[in-house]
Design a protein around this ligand. Sequence first.
Ligand code: HEM
Length: 184
Amino acid sequence: MDESPKVHGSIFFLLKKYINAKFAAGTWDNLIKLSGATGEYELTHNYPLHEIGSIVAAASQLTGISPHEIQERFGQYLVPDLFKLYGEFLRPEWKTFDVLMFTESVMHGAVRRLNSTANPPVLNVTKVNSKLLIIDYYSQRKMSALAIGIIKGIAKHFGESKLINVKPISDPDAERVQIRVEFF
Ligand code: HEM
């Protein structure tokens, strides 16, 4: 069996949606040409990690925006769609703090149960106190910048952007990254 890391088709699908929404017409096709990626992604499959890496690298070359920043902006952008897809697992009373507390057990858990081709990263969330979470991200895909974007996107969804401060407190390019989320 091929054990090289894969990324789910839904993420590629949403990346295409993001590029089409935020960049000039034709940018996605250009990125596919530049990156050598196949450009054909189905929602029920997964695809090699290097394809998403090379699309993001091409987007960075084209726009001058760093790969981290692109991942982060994309992470923010995809939250409303993630919530549409998996919103039934969110409790109505939850806000940013609770969603983050329960992402691993409830949201990523649901994704793993319902979608055998998806394999979300492991997030070990520690509640230090009612104002501070430490999220331990662990994934061979090394996409902690996307994680930071998703956290910011969740805060935006709840109108709490100004109430949180999110930052990696260890090497953001590693497989294991500690992310500090402080609430004011
Ligand atoms: C709250 C609702 C959430 C849903 C429904 C959700 C769902 C998903 C799905 C379907 C994937 C694709 C997995 C694959 O490629 O096989 C994924 C990947 C990912 N998720 Fe989540 N997620 C949620 C929240 C979060 C949060 C809060 C974070 C960060 C703290 C996060 C971080 C990531 C990252 C970084 C990836 C990319 C793959 C990787 O790094 O290994 N997600 N998520």
